[in-house]
Design a protein around this ligand. Structure first.
Ligand code: ATP
Length: 324
């Protein structure tokens, strides 16, 4: 089977006055249709360079990239017709034109047959839920609507590979959620097929909500390439649970934290006969609550607060682990 995206041992260096910068080093990964791959990296890690190489804007110095089986260097034109890059932000739309006319215009630029333009524009506008405002000038759109229009335009040519760069940048939480919902539907096949989606974002919520897999770039190298669930599992704990207990001191950890998946972090008296204790738990499930109650045989649990460990924490831990 041909992968939607295949990146093999890609290197890209830049000559600068102060020497050579290796922006990408031996980058290798692949992704399939229907998969959402999150690409994470701190500033300067090489994300933009990688996106430019995949989208044929920069030549790789070494290695190869294939989009839907076509090499980016020898098949530049075919590759361009198989992928779309959607950037965050407000630029690149014609404010006086309607959303529908913007979609038609960019569809023409990407070589779509004019007989298909109207139908395709209506389809993609429906996919991103802009039907009601499709004939209004884009200058009257909210930021979120403009972002969804960018996505619609990116879908005009039914790309096999959809690259989304910071898609929710500058959006309020409601608009960001709406956009994430649309992206999730696309990955699930709302466009009639399942594109491969490469998602770059500093906003980890996008990645956490949408990605099936996460690749982490550090210093131009892929340091991790894992299913999202596995990456979160590597945090070592799924949640931090804070319990307030009325009653006696807790039973101290009895060496079975590994088996029970519940590890006491600290416990302190909180006055008026109350204790506050924090636990790291490997899984948050009904058995965890039973286990916590077992730790306080003479106490009454008055309150439980659960904070899931998110990708942000994992990313921070991994970045620190890599020497930052
Ligand atoms: N045209 C260029 N000339 C020289 N160095 C460059 C050029 N483009 C990128 N670099 C260098 O390559 C490295 C990777 O940059 P890149 O922009 O790809 O990182 P990034 O992960 O996209 O960062 P950010 O999150 O800040 O956008 C950096 O050290 C950068 O300074």
């Amino acid at each position: 089977m041909v992968s939607a995206l295949e990146v093999r041992a890609v290197g890209r260096s830049f000559r600068t006055r102060s020497g050579t910068v290796e922006a990408l080093r031996e980058v290798t990964f692949s992704a399939e249709g229907g998969e959402v791959l999150g690409l994470l990296g701190l500033n300067g890690a090489g994300k933009t360079t990688l996106i430019k190489v995949i989208s044929t804007l920069l030549l790789p110095t070494s290695g190869s990239v294939r989009v839907d089986g076509v090499d980016v260097v020898t098949g530049t034109r075919q590759v361009r017709s198989r992928l779309s890059v959607v950037f965050g932000g407000e630029q690149g739309l014609y404010g006086r034109l309607s959303g529908r006319d913007n979609a038609r215009f960019f569809g023409t630029l990407s070589g779509l047959d004019h007989r298909l333009l109207d139908r395709r524009a209506a389809e993609v506008i429906a996919m991103v839920a802009l039907d009601k405002v499709a004939d209004r000038p884009v200058e009257t759109y909210s930021r979120g609507m403009k972002q969804r229009l960018h996505l619609a335009i990116g879908l005009m040519a039914a790309p096999k590979l959809l690259m989304l760069d910071e898609p929710s940048i500058g959006l309020d939480p409601i608009e960001a959620d709406r956009l994430r919902r649309v992206i999730g539907e696309l990955a699930a096949g709302s466009a009639g097929y399942r594109p491969c989606i490469l998602l770059t974002s500093h906003y980890l919520r996008d990645i956490e909500d949408l990605a099936d897999r996460v690749a982490i770039l550090q210093g131009g190298k892929i340091t991790h390439d894992l299913p999202l669930k596995e990456l979160l599992r590597r945090a070592g704990s799924a949640a931090v649970v804070t319990v307030s207990v009325r009653g006696d001191e807790p039973v101290r950890p009895d060496g079975d934290a590994e088996r029970s998946g519940v590890r006491l972090v600290d416990a302190q008296p909180a006055g008026a006969g109350m204790w506050t204790a924090r636990y790291e738990v490997a899984r948050w499930e009904p058995a965890t609550l039973t286990e916590l109650a077992r730790r306080w045989p003479h106490g009454e649990i008055a309150d439980v607060r659960v904070e899931p460990v998110g990708l942000e924490q994992v990313f921070r831990d991994l970045s620190e682990g890599a020497g930052r």
